[in-house]
Design a protein around this ligand. Structure first.
Ligand code: SF4
Ligand code: SF4
Length: 373
């Protein structure tokens, strides 16, 4: 099948699922602790070389926390030497003066630092750690080494009311780019959806605040506000299309067209330990399963918008409607759209009534992961 598929542009190297933080909205798979074996340095070098040979131009080193790998600097240097634009996606924990110096020497182009809130209390609560001051120090370190300050904060019901303070904090940190990403409900966030999902009013108010700041700060800091798709009537163009631009490699070597795809039934995802990247990308059944439009059913098959959103997200279609080849239920044309509306209503009732019958937040931890079915 489609040798005409374009080559991947993005390689996401998920070096490890270990992480010192325990975010309740973590996008890692809930059962991460069952896949603990990690690729060694040589295998990662092979992956990087093969992906570059295929045409990939950007590499993101992520996790878990990629700084937990001692070979991060070596892999960054190797990728840079091959001509990759290199990104580090980090919580900042473990980024010392020595390590950032080595990463700079290795040619690291870009660092994206995540933080959770403008208050110590919520930052520490949401991550189950005491890391608030540490993140401030890391932000200063990044700045002092001449990197652009690129910050990311995941938004949800708990921190949306602080959005002005979050922006102020980012400006104080010297942010040139701030991504305010409303929670996407995969992994641990799906488990905690009812507790994390905001109300429509909260979102509207936050968006007004963001727009006022945009007008005030202009080019000094670009502020991106990503609306949660549960509040939309059309889905996102997930991964810009399955097997179109994005190749993720998990810590255990499983290759995926999107980092959440592992949850989909009926697909055997290839592993970089025994299959070449070229074969994975062009020839594997898993990467071809939802590539293009051959798999679409009604209402997507004859829909005018299918070239724009590619039918939405396969993982969300499966999670919410039990059919990975169906339209993403976020779409109002999907016969399962009511599931999304119900989830929003349930979360609203929970928010308004402080419904204590709903389980408390489940934090991402090895112990909770091993308990997960
Ligand atoms: S979301 Fe939080 S727990 Fe998950 S990998 Fe990122 S920093 Fe770690
Ligand atoms: S029916 Fe399918 S292709 Fe059309 S807008 Fe909805 S998800 Fe997109």
């Amino acid at each position: 099948m489609p040798k005409e598929a374009p080559p991947p542009l993005w390689l996401l190297a998920e070096l490890t699922w270990r992480c010192p933080l325990h975010c309740a909205f973590c996008y890692n798979p809930v059962d991460f602790a069952r896949h603990e074996a990690e690729l060694d340095t040589q295998t990662w070098r092979n992956v990087i070389r093969e992906a570059r040979a295929l045409g990939a131009a950007q590499i993101g080193f992520s996790g878990g926390e990629p700084l937990l790998r001692d070979d991060l600097e070596e892999l960054v240097g190797y990728a840079r030497g091959l001509g990759f634009y290199t990104n580090l996606i980090t919580s900042g924990i473990g980024l010392t003066e020595v390590r950032i110096g080595k990463l700079k020497e290795a040619g690291l182009d870009h660092i994206q630092l995540s933080f959770q809130d403008s208050t110590r209390e919520l930052n520490d609560f949401l991550t189950s750690t005491r890391t608030f001051e540490l993140k401030q120090r890391v932000a200063r370190l990044i700045k002092s080494h001449g990197y652009p300050m690129v910050l990311n904060c995941v938004l949800h019901r708990y921190n949306l009311p602080h959005v002005a303070q979050i922006i102020e904090m980012a400006l104080d940190m010297g942010a040139e780019y701030l991504e305010l990403a409303n929670t996407q409900y995969y992994g641990w966030a799906l488990l905690n959806r009812t507790q994390l999902m905001p109300t429509a009013e909260q979102l509207r108010e936050a968006e007004d605040v963001v727009n006022a700041y945009r007008a005030r700060v202009g080019e000094r800091c670009r502020i991106l506000f990503v609306v949660p798709d549960y509040f939309e009537v059309r889905p996102k163009a997930c991964m810009n299309g399955w097997g179109s631009v994005f190749l993720a490699v998990s810590p255990d070597g499983t290759a995926l067209p999107c980092h959440a795809a592992r949850s989909l039934p009926g697909l055997t995802f290839p592993n970089v330990r025994d299959t070449a990247i070229k074969d994975i990308w062009y020839d594997s059944a898993a990467f071809n399963a939802y590539r293009g439009e051959h798999w679409m059913k009604e209402p997507c098959r004859d829909c005018d918008e299918r070239h724009t959103d590619h039918g939405g997200c396969r993982c969300q279609a499966y999670q919410l409607a039990g059919d990975a080849a169906g339209a993403d239920p976020v779409c109002s044309k999907s016969s399962h759209h009511g599931v999304v509306e119900q989830a929003v209503k349930l979360a609203r009732r929970h928010a308004e009534a402080h419904d204590t019958t709903v389980q408390p937040l489940v934090f991402r931890s090895r112990e909770n992961s091993l308990k997960a079915r």
